[in-house]
Design a protein around this ligand. Sequence first.
Ligand SMILES: *Cc1c(COP(=O)(O)O)cnc(C)c1O
Length: 523
Amino acid sequence: MNRHGRPTAPTGANKAQATDFKTISGHRGLDQDEPLLFEIGRPGHCGVDLPEPDAKIESRLGGLERGEDIGLPGVSEPEVVRHFVRLSRMNYAIDLGIYPLGSCTMKHNPRLNEKVARLPGFADIHPLQPQSTVQGALELMDQLGTWLKTLTGMPDVALSPKAGAHGELCGLMTIRAALEARGEKRTRVLVPESAHGTNPATAAACGYIVDEIPATADGRVDVAAFKAKLDTDVAAIMLTNPNTCGLFERDIIEIADAIHAVGGYFYCDGANFNAIMGRVRPGDLGVDAMHINLHKTFSTPHGGGGPGSGPVTLSEALAPYAPLPYVVSHGGGFALVENQGDAADTAPLGRMVAFHGQMGMYVRALAFMMSHGADGLRQAAEDAVLNANYIMACLEDVMTVSFAGPCMHECLFDDRFLNGSGVTTLDFAKAMIDEGYHPMTMYFPLVVHGAMLIEPTESESKESIDQFVASLRSLATRAKAGETERFIGAPFFAPRARLDETGAARKPILRYTPVVPTAQAAE
Ligand SMILES: *Cc1c(COP(=O)(O)O)cnc(C)c1O
């Protein structure tokens, strides 16, 4: 690797101290430690000068005036700005480095998309505006829908769901509506054990019993076990393709035919569509409903950077039940069908959202499609797959590949290479933070022990992947050589380490309780 400039890494004696060195300020290098805004604030301080209220004016609040202090932190403008800039520097972002979270598709968000999304005609409109004044926005929704239908080879699309999981809910509700229209009430949904957690959660939320299908030794759906579970009580199978092991389900057509033969529907989790767009049309494989994560495949920001969007493409059989609203084109213009009575020859299941879905994400996704073109989208998928296979090939001699390659857009390792080293998948992932990388997805999928799932996406260059690989190779070699001190307790360079994430999620502290000074408390 070609590096320029003077060395910045600690050397010799320095190096040994670097990890346990504590600063007086709590800062680390140029990253500042930062308390809560409430802890910084002092009563009575304010960023602006406000005039004293005029005592002569009679209050019109009818005795509802606040009696106590409002309790907001008293801080000046520079203090507020610094507070948030300091916090932002503790964060990891796709604009900072490779974000290899498998199954999450953290790809670069092209700035062109951002520019287009900020055009006033898209950014400054209101969902309750008369339709005649937002014809351009409706046309954009119609065009986006057309491309999603073209790419998937499916005849209909519901744009409004606001995330992948929400799209799953939309798909299963559509399936339920279609079954009810046939007068059938089926109770089970089949879900492979490698599925994303949202799949069984969605099926359960829709009132179905989740029936798990085991995986084969090569990481795919066990077709024999699947067929053994099939009967006329099965509403649908929810299958991800490529699956969450990063593998293409070879038997997908056989699976589609079998579920259709018992009158059930094929729900495909399309979150991994970024691996196959332009190469495979899920409609040709027999899929009845599939959500597409615009925030993954079509690069709209996510993970704290923006809202998701999960349109669902639908087969002929399910199209009549698609939720409201939807866009129709008529003699030179566009209209939204918003009411059940207005839907001529269909039986829409109602609404998934208050308005029309994530307009800003529609704009970004269409900008991504149009700037890539059909050939560019196909190349994005091919490059994503190439990058993942390159990483797999570079690491297979030092880490353990779970299923023999080639893989699709993500490569799966397990913890067998750490056997006997005293280092776990968690320790290994935390040591990556010290290397300046966001860890890969760990402990998912559940079908292998101590999973490490890496998805580079097409937007990484060979140079950035080579640097990433060099760090992982070095860590793997050190773990196996027994250098456990580098791993146990890592990260050493992050502002915080080993947080109790489960505790934080289960028992969140959402209210700041001021520490009362002892003198005051004694009174
Ligand atoms: C990301 C993902 C989902 C869920 O999508 P959200 O937008 O996070 O709700 C579902 N399935 C798979 C395979 C995914 O990767």
